[in-house]
Design a protein around this ligand. Sequence first.
Ligand code: DLL
Length: 434
Amino acid sequence: MFFQKDAETMPRAKIRELQLERLRYTVRYCYERVPFYKRKLDAAGVRPDDIRSLDDLRRIPPTVKTDLRDNYPFGLFAVPMQQIVRIHASSGTTGKPTVVGYTKHDLEIWSDCMARLCAAAGATSDDIVQISFGYGMFTGALGLHYGLEKLGCTVVPNSSGNTEKALMFMRDFKTSALVATPSYALYMAETAKKLEYPMSDYHLRLGLFGSEGCTPEMRTQIETAWGLFATDNYGMSELMGPGVSGECTERDGLHINEDYFLCEVVDPDTLEPLGEGETGELLVTTLTKEGIPLLRYRTRDITRIVYAPCKCGRTLARMDKIKGRSDDMLKIRGVNVFPSQIESVLVGMQGVSPHYQLIVRREGFADTLEIRVELADTSLLDSYSRIEELQNRILHNMHTVLGLQCKVSIVEPNTIERFVGKAKRVVDLRKENV
Ligand code: DLL
């Protein structure tokens, strides 16, 4: 059992006191060690001594992803390279990746954060945990790896890809917990069902998922397919990797490791702070990071935070599952659309597989959304009227949920691309037309 009782059940007033002390330290640390922050704080007229309360945080200008890119690769590091013992980089799809560096102390805290969240999710030293995140520059695999080892679990560093071999290890090792993206966990189940082994040959009881969104409907599908209890983990490479927040067994929000991360929710357009429980963009300030500390980092992730203690006994604040990203939220004919809304309609519908693709186009002056939906099996293929009936049902449900007319294309089973890492479901062709 890994339970850091003092930190995880600290009264709110004490958490705030600790956060203020660490915030003051971090602002001074950044100001003195990173020229980028000195310039930025000087320009905003803020001196480290001006930070006297947590509310003073608002005086600090936010940091954004392009700040890391502009200072590629090591420009925002706060210690000499001799003290950096590990480097990771984000899986950025455009431009230079964002590069982060860890000191020994950063790695120790990272494994503590992960051990804490995995224990809260129900993992114990009896578990054999297979890691099906890709090892490499991505933070997911090594982050979970060291946290789970700290917890005393037996770690199987299988990585992603070669799914049939991963399934063989799962059967032969009696793997009890799986670390993966939800989409890969589903794909693994799909592959397992095609093999000659019955599902009773697998012994998964716990899923430690994360790194991408997962609707409740999709989660239920994964749980049913594997017979496991699924939990969600949130983080990002710039902040550390996984380990920022995660669900306990109550699954009533993701506990934030507040002694290491100071979180705010702001209006993504005005950056004005929002009240407790209001939904907006998450901004995070790291409170102990030595390698690459970040002040008010704009995550672009949309969520809300509640501070009431959880039924599990932990007092660490909880954030909702990520609703989407402020920047990959689709705006179609003036309507905000989160891919997660579309997923919640499709997943769980009879006859439909959980794999889909969204194609956005600009036709004339209007944006159009095409939803490509894959049939679960071939049984409908020779009945035009049943396909049409399914198509109409999806159209109707989409209209109810999105308030938007869209096009639904039904495609044959196994024709939509599968992903071993984060799923890429949106193809936005509008940018090519403007
Ligand atoms: O995905 C870190 C991570 C690894 C978290 C493993 C959890 C488990 P990045 O590759 O930098 O880092 O991507 C960060 O992924 O800003 C979110 O938009 C998204 N994301 C991460 N976790 C979740 C989640 C890792 N649980 C970006 N639900 C973040 C929804 C998530 N989105």
